[in-house]
Design a protein around this ligand. Structure first.
Ligand SMILES: C[S@@+](CC[C@H](N)C(=O)[O-])C[C@H]1O[C@@H](n2cnc3c(N)ncnc32)[C@H](O)[C@@H]1O
Length: 258
């Protein structure tokens, strides 16, 4: 019963995420991505994936919580080769104040930046990311929404050996603030309630795009997921567009160029 193990095997798909980030960076900048900072890194699985993919790749992971960083160090970083471990650094720091500068790309994934509830605070986070980037740097974020995102609900998904349970416990339409939980239950019926708790503001895409531009980014483009015609589900291919679909629940990427 290890909540970080369950999280990594249900929430994250770092291979697909890094594919998207590296390919989009190459397309936009006509050069390969080299240095990456993973904000809100948790176990730093994405940063580890990055350094494992190339001999000159470097990564920094930033998180406030020393316990999750230690788990990432013990379980993810130490699984890397010695030469890969020398190219990754985990920092216990607030993302609002990170000393790592001059990097190609910053990631803020799994909606972690939704913890900033007020507009000025969000803009100051985006400004600090802007300052940290190289002159041709790119900021990658994700976002979720859809009409079910505003509902109180519980959803379950079968994973390998356990069930992932996502609960939207409260939603306040006046502030757009919501309380969410992740629970896990093993196939043997052992339950881990509230393994992760998030109190967030459900920001809309127009708000996020406006704040990125206000912080100085010259673009703030949405990459929307295509649909697999046979299943009607998302096909994992994200394309830049200004026309989304009013789905019950969606996840997209936002790409902001300095
Ligand atoms: C939703 S988890 C994301 C984990 C991982 N990035 C992922 O993609 O799955 C949010 C993480 O953000 C961290 N966090 C929250 N506020 C932070 C802040 N101001 N600065 C740095 N890390 C923060 C928490 O400790 C937690 O590990």
């Amino acid at each position: 019963m290890d909540k970080h193990h369950f999280y990594q095997n249900s929430v994250q798909c770092v291979e697909a995420e890094i594919d998207f980030v590296a390919e989009t960076f190459q397309t936009l900048k006509k050069r390969p991505l080299k240095t990456l900072r993973e904000d809100f890194c948790g176990t730093a699985q994405t940063a580890c994936e990055w350094v494992s993919r190339g001999d000159n790749h470097m990564a920094w992971g930033v998180d406030l919580d020393p316990l999750v960083l230690q788990w990432g160090q013990d379980n993810n970083v130490t699984s890397l080769s010695w030469s890969q471990q020398k190219r990754i650094q985990l920092l216990e720091a607030d993302v609002l104040d990170v000393p790592v500068q001059c990097i190609d790309t910053v990631l803020a994934m799994n909606f972690s930046y939704f913890i900033f509830m007020e507009r000025p605070l969000m803009v100051s986070y985006f400004e600090s990311v802007y300052q940290s980037l190289n002159e041709d740097g790119v900021f990658f974020l994700d976002a979720f929404g859809g009409y079910e995102a505003h509902k109180v609900l519980t959803e379950e998904r079968e994973c390998d050996g356990f069930t992932y349970i996502w609960e939207q416990a409260t939603f306040n339409p006046i502030t757009s603030e919501m309380q969410c939980y992740i629970h896990f239950e093993t196939d043997e019926g052992v339950r881990m309630d509230r393994a992760f708790a998030y109190y967030w503001r459900l920001w809309t895409l127009p708000e996020i795009r406006e704040m990125l531009l206000e912080a100085g980014f010259k673009t703030a483009d949405v990459y929307w997921e295509g649909t697999d015609e046979s299943t009607g589900e998302g096909d994992g291919v994200y394309t830049k567009t200004m026309l989304g679909t009013p789905d019950a629940g969606w996840v997209c990427y936002i790409v902001a160029e300095k």
